[in-house]
Design a protein around this ligand. Structure first.
Ligand code: X2X
Length: 341
């Protein structure tokens, strides 16, 4: 090869590199480029819930920062199936990302339901300290051991309230024989059995119609979901039982995650975690402000005292049973965050 030809090749290689860097740094001047990675993110919530609002924003930010290389497609509202379906899809790689309540994830990772222990968390401050601290780290460790990747920041679902078409819940006795839908999770069933209720495990995708056709009398969810999923249309009473805090782990299929280049992975994780923090603020605000709005839509509110519910769970042996299931280490981390149960 002649000297001049070699020099020419070197020069064009250098131009290609400079061009590449230039287009990464200034996406607005880059040509539209087909995505190298198109990943699906599935969830069970309506489009208007803060989770999907922030997810859309986050997808746009990821696309811009990767210069179009990474395209996150969002499938809200159980479009790809129920939570049970999506959990098997995230494991097989049918979807790359999925947000799931830790309580439902516990069918695969038993420790993941621990934040849902009845009446454990008094407020959001305590929740975020625990879930961004040692308790959350412990649960994420267990999720990893089960073969799934999980982002650092858990997304907020909220403190759960009880709705009904038949009666308000003023105290634990009102739960006796109450036909209540619960998500598919042993902890949920166990807690409502401890209240002598009649819990039925039903995926969220079926909840509206189960309430409408009166297969069940009631259900329990944070106000943000009662509002965005329009459950107030098929319920009459809302009892502010605040019986547990629930959040969504942002899960990734391991093979899909590990096939991303490091720099793309960093951008994706950074934006997902930042969106989680914003979604927490939105959702907490929404949960705090919705009572009036829902009352205007016809829901009748009441706020029962917490102590009788806790006493009933204690007397039924609920805390002792679950302490035994989670083990000393996990239970110790929970009590370190919330106090003795
Ligand atoms: O299924 C529910 O009730 C929901 C939407 O709150 C969860 O994902 C746990």
């Amino acid at each position: 090869m002649s000297l001049s030809r070699r020099a020419l090749l070197k020069a064009s290689a250098a131009t290609a590199v400079v061009g590449g860097i230039g287009s990464m740094a200034a996406p607005h001047v880059a040509r539209a480029q087909a995505a190298e990675f198109t990943y699906k993110y599935a969830n069970n919530l309506p489009d208007s819930h803060p989770m999907n609002v922030r997810a859309k924003e986050m997808a746009a930010a990821i696309k811009a920062e990767t210069n179009g290389k990474f395209d996150l497609q969002i499938f809200p509202n159980n479009q790809l199936g129920s939570d049970t379906d999506m959990l098997s899809q995230i494991r097989s790689g049918g979807v790359e990302f999925f947000t799931l309540s830790g309580l439902i994830l516990s069918t695969l990772v038993p420790a993941a339901s621990i934040n849902g222990i009845g009446f454990a968390f008094p407020d959001y401050d305590t929740v975020w300290k625990a879930m961004d601290g040692d308790l959350g780290a412990y649960v994420r460790g267990q999720i990893n051991k089960a073969g799934l990747v999980v982002m650092d920041k858990i997304w907020d679902n909220g403190f759960r309230q009880t709705t009904s078409s038949t009666r308000p819940i003023n105290g634990p006795d009102d739960f006796k024989g109450f036909k209540i839908r619960v998500p598919v999770s042993p902890l949920w069933t166990s807690m409502f059995k401890a209240f002598d209720a009649a819990p039925a495990s039903i995926n969220f995708s079926e909840v509206y119609s189960a309430l409408q056709t009166k297969v069940v009398e009631g259900q329990e969810n944070p106000l943000a979901i009662i509002s965005t999923a329009k459950l107030y249309e098929v319920q009459k009473y809302c009892s502010l039982t605040n019986h547990m805090w629930d959040g969504f782990w942002f899960l990734a299929n391991r093979r899909a995650w590990e096939s991303l280049p490091d720099n793309v992975r960093t951008i994706v994780a950074k934006n997902i975690n930042a969106a989680a923090v914003k979604e927490r603020e939105d959702t907490a605000k929404l949960n705090a402000g919705l009572q009036q709005d829902l009352a205007a839509k016809g829901l009748v509110f009441n706020q029962p005292a917490v102590a009788p519910f806790r006493d009933k769970l204690r007397a039924a042996g609920f805390y002792a049973e679950w302490k035994g299931k989670y083990g000393e280490e996990a239970w110790g981390l929970l009590e370190k965050a919330v106090g003795k149960l």
